[in-house]
Write a new protein. Sequence first.
Length: 418
Amino acid sequence: MEKYVIHGGKVLNGSVTVSGAKNAAVAIIPAVVLCDEPCIIENVPMIRDIEILIKILSEMGAEIEFLDKNTVKLDCTKIHTTSCSYEYTSKMRASYYILGAMLSKYGQADIALPGGCNLGNRPMDLHIKGFEKLGATVEIKGGKIIARAEALKGNNVFLDTVSVGATINIMLAAVKAEGLTVIENAAKEPHIVDVANFLNSMGANVKGAGTDVIRIKGVEKLKATHYSVIPDQIEAGTYMVMAAATGGDVTVKNVIPKHMEPITAKLREMNVGVEINGDAIRIFKKGPLNKANVKTMPYPGFPTDMQPLIVTLLSLANGVSTVIENVWDSRFKYTEELKKMGAKISINGNVAIVEGVEALYGSPVLATDLRAGAAMLVAGLVAEGKTEIMDIYHIDRGYEKVVDKIEALGGTIRRISI
Ligand code: EPZ
């Protein structure tokens, strides 16, 4: 086991380059299964979730070669099974994309019920509803989801709740289905558009990604492509919050500023300096931080994955802020950890009331999930004294080279074995 030890109180300065988007890459890599030729994917973040996906696909017969540290060549044409190892698929949420891709390509798949962050109830009913609408039968037994289809046929699928995973999974299943599939009330996150662009680069016919109606016309064959994953919106937001919390001056490079708008707008409202220069965003101190109210919403609303980070920042602002979590029913567990450091937060259902404090104080804390872990990094960097973060495997799932990036900005962090 390992932990992070942070000596806080340093002001972060300099520049940091954002990696490829985790939540796009974890869908694009399984989507290569659909292709009848090898594909090259660039800007793949080297994080634990990607390592697991690569292990799952290679166990199934895919040939995988790293052309450089973030570029991977995947040849999924020799896959010899449609059943995935329980050991790996149960460890991450996005393994569910293998189901949509396999069902589309081979008409069958079975995977373990997916794992991932514990954010409360994480059902898959909408994924299943979508597969069934396309003509598949889906069963859950023995801890597995088993999907079968003679031939998938396009249909209209209305999502009762806006779901990133269901939108992508149904898109994957529909790519080779006969005729037209229309997904209504689709999610609009940047990674949905990225996955659609990737599919189209292989010859798929996906239109409307980024709006709430996506139309997919099935095609028979998909051809080789060379594709680069978009930058990670949430990793960028994490470094923006680190800069703002420590009162530093940090340029976050390799971002798509449009994707960052819900975050930059909130930081500006809090009196954080935000300057956009092409594909870089400079974050700098303007004065004391102001309170703000936040409601998490599907894109283009404020992202739920930034909620633990903005709560940490609001803990250091003047006044009392209200944060409403509208996506997940249990995403405030980490506030118990922040409270150990001196934050004043009270939770009532899906509402957090955050009373700003003068300072946070170093303490042993847990990374209760991925973004909660990122929030602990921010809190540790700003806190007086030493913070020790345990359960850091959560952070490994989504942040590439986090120690190197923080150290390059002047933070003091070490990863040590325990
Ligand atoms: C994706 O999870 C992300 N994960 C999550 O990021 C992110 O928090 C979430 O989208 C929302 O933006 C990946 O992309 C791998 P959803 P996903 O389906 O797809 C309900 C991170 O930190 N729902 O959009 O699993 C569900 O309960 C992770 O990087 C159903 O009711 O989320 C939730 O309330 C954590 N039935 C809402 O929809 C379903 O079948 C949104 O979930 C599916 C979802």
